[in-house]
Design a protein around this ligand. Structure first.
Ligand code: SAH
Length: 350
């Protein structure tokens, strides 16, 4: 079995190349080909001798994401890719344009085991973790296809990043490396459904990234009904971890709160949420639930969303309502999935 060379950190690659009796500047050259240029074959590495390229090919492969389908939103230009991986599995990634540049929403797993009742990513179950190289390849493929430079990453695609913790760390190290994509930690957001043990593990690394927690409920009763992870890590334990995370890293934790009609969107729910979050350095992002055909959850009305937001603000909690992007191509939060065959709304592929 060959190893994915793109999943090695600079240090690991340096050691591996040293083991092939090569000087360390070679490792840097190869690293740049892989991570700065996003090259997909050893043949492309023109400043590396033929013999070494042959030896590398014998030991390693380069992970990549091949575009199977591309969808462009006519509403806002958001682009969604269905990528095929080396073993024939599929994932999706979304590129959004903001005033400050391009943001990519990357997947971290093929499928998801978390089972949140409102989310499409979990519908076809969990297949496998993505390698660090596969997570990064989503960025390279999109950049090359669109001819752009992506400046921000949100780990909000398919999968639970903290359930693929080791590969997440390798990925973060590589995208942050100055010989690679060189993306600042401050431009990276990691989203989790609340795997508390891993939040503490991440806290120990003291990185300057933004941690976002998918909360979606003001109490255990509602949260356990919609998010099975809450049974293992109840809300108070989760919020305690978030508080400590903010204190240790000095970074404000964000909370995602998807509003579902009649489930978690009442004034009472908003008041309970505000009292739970009181005193912690945080921000709440409100998202009217996006349509997932199989799930049948209903969106809260615009009026309810504004009311919910106002209750939070009146009670001292920072809150914003998330703008929906890519609504016509099923590219919004919770709508990504790893199946090749998709529904009617996806027929507008280019
Ligand atoms: N597993 C991680 C990363 C996924 S991020 C996490 O749970 O945070 C995707 C975000 O979209 C999460 O906040 C998720 O809860 C939210 N989401 C899922 N389904 C949704 C839907 N139908 N409408 C709006 N948001 C949804």
């Amino acid at each position: 079995m060959k190893t994915d060379i793109k999943s090695l950190t600079f240090k690991q690659l340096n050691t591996a190349i040293g083991g092939l009796s090569q000087p360390s500047f070679r490792a840097k050259q190869i690293y740049k080909w892989l991570h700065e240029s996003g090259c997909e074959s050893f043949e492309e590495m023109t400043n590396i001798g033929k013999d070494l390229r042959k030896r590398l090919t014998d030991i390693y492969y380069i992970s990549k994401c091949e575009t199977e389908q591309k969808y462009v939103s006519v509403l806002d230009g958001t682009v969604k890719y269905l990528f095929k991986l080396c073993d024939g599995e599929y994932i999706e990634s979304v590129i959004m344009k903001y005033k400050y540049g391009y943001t990519i929403c990357v997947s971290s797993q093929v499928g998801c085991k978390m089972g949140c009742t409102f989310c499409a990513s979990t519908l076809a179950g969990f297949k496998r973790n993505l390698t660090a190289g596969e997570i990064e390849s989503q960025i390279h493929s999109a950049q090359k296809d669109l001819g752009i430079r992506i400046s921000h990453i949100v780990m909000m695609g398919i999968g639970e990043p903290l359930d693929n913790f080791d590969n997440l760390l390798l990925f973060l190290e590589n995208v942050n490396n100055e010989n690679g994509l060189n993306i600042s930690m401050r431009n990276i957001t990691v989203s989790t459904c609340g795997i508390v043990d891993r939040i503490y593990d991440l806290m120990k690394r003291n990185m300057q990234l933004t941690l976002t927690v998918s909360l979606h409920a003001p109490n255990d009763e509602i949260r356990s009904k919609t998010m099975p992870v809450n049974k293992k890590y109840p809300i108070d334990i989760l919020l305690d971890a978030c508080r400590k995370y903010g204190e240790k890293t000095g970074r404000r934790v964000s909370f995602e709160y998807t509003l579902i009609k009649g489930v978690n969107d009442s004034e009472e729910n908003a008041l309970e949420l505000a009292s739970r979050l009181k005193g912690s350095l945080c921000h709440v992002n409100l998202i009217p639930v996006n349509d997932v055909k199989e799930r049948g959850h209903l969106r809260s009305s615009a009026e309810t969303v504004i009311k919910f937001s106002n209750v939070l603000k009146r009670n001292g909690i920072n809150a914003t309502i998330r703008r929906t992007l890519g609504a016509d191509i099923n590219a919004s939060c919770g709508q990504l999935r790893h199946m090749k065959k998709r529904g009617d709304a996806d027929e507008n592929s280019c």
